[in-house]
Design a protein around this ligand. Structure first.
Ligand code: ZN
Ligand code: ZN
Length: 132
């Protein structure tokens, strides 16, 4: 499905900047930080400001078309892959790779009376490219 439809269907007016930001997230699938997105897009969108970028990302998150992931405490990353998946982080190259995974909360012994809102699976290790 194309980016314009995804934005429109989620009640987001598809301005040129929003489209470019969404396409970047959906196509790169590299779980970028806001700094990454900004430096990659600036050559294509010279008028882009960090404030606009933050506002746009927050809008995407509000509308549920982008997820915020925090695999390490100090860095927030953005992910437009909304299928249920886990994240594998390579200790050597630092790449974060998606893998299909469904967390089955029904089978987890959550604290009684709690209401789960989000669950993530993060796996650390060495990716195939970095193996000797
Ligand atoms: Zn690696
Ligand atoms: Zn992901």
């Amino acid at each position: 499905m194309d980016a314009r439809n995804i934005l429109a269907e989620n009640g987001i007016r598809p301005t040129l900047q929003r489209l470019q930001i969404y396409k970047y997230l959906a196509e790169k699938k590299n779980h970028p930080t806001v700094e990454h997105i900004y430096s990659d897009l600036l050559p294509h969108i010279p008028t882009l400001s960090k404030t606009t970028l933050y506002n746009t990302l927050n809008l995407f998150i509000d509308k549920g078309i982008t997820a915020q992931i925090t695999i390490e405490n100090d860095e927030t990353r953005y992910d437009a892959n909304l299928c249920s998946h886990g994240h594998f982080k390579c200790r050597k190259c630092g790449n974060i790779i998606d893998f299909p995974h469904d967390i089955d909360l029904e089978r987890s012994e959550l604290p009684s009376d709690s209401t789960p809102e989000q669950a993530h699976l993060y796996v650390w290790g060495i990716c195939g490219n970095c193996k000797d």
